[in-house]
Design a binder for this molecule. Structure first.
Ligand SMILES: [Zn+2]
Length: 105
C-alpha cells in the first residue's frame, strides 16, 4: 500500500469534494411579483394576487444578463444556485489549503 501523509489525504479529500457538488448555475436568483397579460386577471386589481416570477441574473463582460425561470424549473434553479454557492465555498477552502502548503517550507 502506498504511504500517504495526513496532508496528502486531506488534499485528496478536498479536491474530490469539488466534483461532488452536483449541478450548478451561476447567478443571483430573485423573486418578483408581477402582473400578467390577461386583462381580466385578479392580479390587475389585487396586488396580493400578482404572480410570483423568478429571475436569474449574472454579469457577462460587465453587462447584467437576465434569465426568466419558468415555474417548472423553480426548484432546480434554487438547488443549482445553492450548489454553486457551495462550490464557491469549496473552491475557497481548497485554495486556502494550497496557499498554506505553498507557504510551508
Ligand atoms: Zn394575472
Amino acid at each position: 500500500m502506498k504511504y500517504k501523509t495526513a496532508v496528502q489525504r486531506k488534499q485528496k479529500k478536498l479536491i474530490r469534494s469539488l466534483s461532488q457538488v452536483g449541478p450548478i448555475v451561476e447567478g443571483t436568483l430573485s423573486t418578483v411579483r408581477r402582473i400578467c397579460g390577461n386583462p381580466g386577471c385578479r392580479c390587475r386589481t389585487n396586488p396580493a394576487k400578482k404572480h410570483p416570477a423568478m429571475f436569474l441574473t449574472w454579469k457577462e463582460n460587465q453587462i447584467t444578463q437576465t434569465l426568466y425561470i419558468p415555474v417548472a424549473h423553480l426548484e432546480e434553479a434554487e438547488l443549482w444556485s445553492k450548489n454553486y454557492k457551495r462550490l464557491k465555498k469549496q473552491i475557497r477552502k481548497v485554495s486556502d489549503f494550497h496557499k498554506k502548503l505553498l507557504r510551508s517550507k
